[in-house]
Ligand binder design. Sequence first.
Ligand SMILES: [Fe+2]
Length: 503
Amino acid sequence: MIQNNAYLINKERLSEEKGGIERILVVDDEENITGVLSLFLKSKGYFVSTAKNGEEALKILKDGYYDLVLSDIRMPRMDGLALLKEINKLKSNIITIMLTGFATIDTAVGAMKLGAFDYVVKPFTIKDIHNVVKRADERYKEMMESIQLRETTSLYDMSEAISSGSNLNEIFRIGINAISREVDADAIALYLKNKKSKLFELKIRAFKSKNEEWSKGFIKTIDEDTVNKFFKGNRTVLLHGREIFKADIFIAKGNHLFSIISIPLKIHNKIIGILNAYSFKKAHIFTEGQKKSLLIFSNSIAVAVETTRLYDNLQQTFKETMLGLAAALEARDKYTNGHSYKVSEYAQIIAEGLGLSQNEISLICQAAKLHDIGKIGIDNSALNKPEKLNKDEHDKFKDHIMIGMQIIQPISFLSEAIPLIYYHHEFFNGSGYPEGRRGEEIPLGARILQVADAFDAMTSDRPYRKALSYDAAVSELRRFSGTQFDPEITEVFIKEIEKRKSA
Ligand SMILES: [Fe+2]
């Protein structure tokens, strides 16, 4: 009956305290102490191992995963203080509690300065141990929470970068920084598969600190067969010491490589890259927990790589579609051949002169290339007429604004360009079309297009007149600044083209 109750209590403890200390190592050269502590802690539901001295303890710690070490100070071979120093080198999250005789209290206090969590003076009661382990458990949970929070923050930074459309290098930079924080690796390398050559190419190597020796031995490309053979379908590979050299490893060769985590980046079950973390320090081997962290980051990086590739493909298709549309227009109207490209160049000069962002500049250039796309729907004979259009024909010509919008509207990529195209014939004083908007009611991009469009029209031959000279066109711009053209944009444009002219 008693046994059953004890079993129930232990079960409850394990489920209730999930996330707290689970595995404890007791180190003492007195067997009766390790025996009693082990029995008590096991009865509380912990997994417990024992060691007779520091040296034995260190071996056990390197082979397995422990949350708490309860260690005596005076022991043969390696004492408690030396063990504590070695534990510190492991850079794990192990909590250490020293067990000390009255004679070594000073040493125990010193141990706390080295990072020990607490000490218990011998002879102790079971209650003393119970209390100190409970406190350690609290600390452990706090530590785990802050690690989780850090990981979540790093992942959040990465997903932000991915969703905001940052370029791949920026995403890698954030990812690599986060990984070096979480995994504590001496070096990290990222290989990506080249779709054409099918080779995995080394894209990024990052080192924790400058070390000539570490940077040696990174293989630049790896073929697909070797990669598949190495992972053999595994989701992760974690190797230490000699295992690295026994394994058919391709990633880094060097005498000092001591621990490695290697993770295939997978999309739709196909390996598209490899993420490796390396430890070159003998005392520092990666843990299962660090392997798990790296796996989470590698998933995010794989998604980023794939998203960027899809986005690039989409952008490429979009650019080709746009150029196709512009070419169709130019082919139809022989007098305006090259007009939209020149308008785009002038618009870019203005946008840069105004200090607009790269995104704004490329939007304006896209709109410029398509600003007259609606002319596709205008009677060909009117477009190529040798004399000026009469009122009726001009009214029909104005329809190119509405037709342009109807062409562009179904293309979601171009939605931001619509207002620029739609309002590019508005005048600054409100006497333009289609709505008679004035001043800043007209989108900035459309006001830029108005100046760029007019300048190219004036300096190009038309069926009914010869091109104006550069100086004459500039003085026309000045003459209509404030009525047809936005004065600020006019000034910036004149300043910028004068600069280029004198250069
Ligand atoms: Fe136009």
